[in-house]
Design a protein. Sequence first.
Length: 519
Amino acid sequence: MLKCGLNRASGIGHRASGIGHRASGIGHRAFDLLLTQKYFYIHSIKSVSNCLQKLLKQHISLNNLLFYSIQKLSKPKLLLIFLYLAVVPCTYGLSSFTVNVIQGNSPKVDNVRLAADNHGFTVNKVFYSESTGNIKEDEIKEFDGNLTLNDFVIKQLDYQSLDKQKNYRDNDGDNIDPVQPFLTTTTTWQWLDANGVKIPDKDKNKIIGCGSGYPMPLRLEILNQVQTISQYGIPRKSNFVTLKKAYKIAAKPELCYVKPNSSVIEPDSQWFSVDNNGKYIGWNGKITNRHYLAGGGYSKDFVPNMGFKVNPTASNGKKFPTTGFPGAKFQLLMSGAQRDYSYSIVANPGNNVSIDAMGFVTLNGKPTGDGKVTIRAKLIRNTAVQFDYSFNPNSVWANPQGDFKGTWEQASNRCGQLSNLLTRKELTNSPYNNLSVTIGSEEQNVYTRAIDGTVLGEWGYVTEKTYPQSAWRWLNSIPYWTKDIQNDEQVFDVYPNSGHVGISNVKVKPWINYVVCRG
C-alpha cells in the first residue's frame, strides 16, 4: 500500500524565538533576518541539488555546492552563521515536507476450503453442495440410476457465491473493494469412475445405473480460481487461488435385469421384426409388436440390450428362466459396475449351477429336487446391501446332441423314444407352434421374446456361438427335429436362431437334421 505522510516544516513554530528577543532591539532583528535569509539560501541550494540529481541522473555533490557558498561568506560572523545552519535538521526549514512510499501486503483469499464448499450441482431442481449441507465430500451420495451425467447441472461459481467477511483477509487492515470484491475464472469439471478413469463426453448421455458398467462411486471434480481485491493499497489484488471440490456420486445399488447370453454375444439379433402384413423386416427392427400370424417382437418383460425384468408383469409371475439346457448362461445385470458386487449361490439343488465374479450364471446341468435356485449379489462397499434372485429352469429341460445329425427315426432312437423329442410349443412360441397342421408351415414366422416356457422365446438366438458351453449347433441352416407330425411324409422342425417352424420330409428323400432330446 502507498502511504503518504506530510511533515510540515516546524520553522514557523520557531518564529517565536525571534519574537522573544524583540527586547534586545533592532540589532537582534537584523541578526534574525540575516539568519533567515542565509538559511533560505542554503535550503534553496539543497533543493536545486536534489532536482539536478533527479533530472540529470548525475551525482552532484551537495557538499561541493555548499563549499562554493562558504567561500562567498568571507566574514567570520557569517561563516559561523552558516555552520550553525548546516547542522540544523532539514525538518526545521520554513517550507519543507517529505513523502514516504510504503510497499504493503497484498490481500488474501481466506478460508479457501470454505469457499470451495460452494461448488455444487443441480439435479431435478435441487441444488447440492457441501455449503447447503445435503452432500459431503467424504461420503457417497446415491442418486437414481436412470439419471445421466448430463442431468447433473454444474453451477458456475461467481463472486456472489463468496463471503466478503469470511473469504477476505488483509493484514494491513484495508477493506475489500465494494464494487468488485472478487474475480473468478470459469468453473470447469470432469467425471471419473471409481478407478480414476475419466468418463468421455460421448458417454454423458448414458444412464449411470443399470448396465452402465461404471465402477462406483463416480467422482465429480469441480474447480475454478478466485482472486480478491482491496479498495485501496498497492498491491490491491491477491494471487489467484484454486477452489476445488470433489464429490462421490453413485447410482443406487440395484439388481436390474437378467440378461441372456445371446444378447451379450449377438446384440444385433435380439428380436425379429415383422411388418403388418406378416412379412419379415429383419433383426432388431422398429416394429416390436407380435404379429398374430408371423410372431416376432418382444413382450413387456423384455428390454432391448438389458434382458428380462427381474419383476416381470406379463409372465403370470414367472421369472426368467423357466427353461434350460446344459451350458445355458445369463447375467445378473447390476446398477453400476458388475465388480462392485460379490456373487454367490445360496440355494443350489444338485450343485449344477455356478456363478462367476461378473455375475454370469451358468446352468451346467438340470437342478434336482424342486429345481429352485437362488443366487445372491452383495454390494462390496456396503455388505448390508444384498439382492436375491430365484428361478426354476425345469419346466422344459433341453438336451441338444451336439454335432449328431440324422433322420427323424434316428433322432427318435437317439433320444430313446419319440416322446423324448421336444414339441414345437416347448421349443418356440412362433404362432405356428399350435396352428392346425393343415395350414402348412412354410409361411414366415419367428419367435417372440418372452418368459413363457419356450426355450427359444426365453434364450433367444441359440447357437454354439451365443452359448459356447452348450451343445447347440447352427450350421448350413439345418433345423432341429420335433415330435410333431405334419402328415405321413412330413414332420415339423424348428430353427434354433429364430424359432421359425418349418417342415422336413421323413419318407421320400428324408432330411438329416440336428437332434435335441428332453432332459
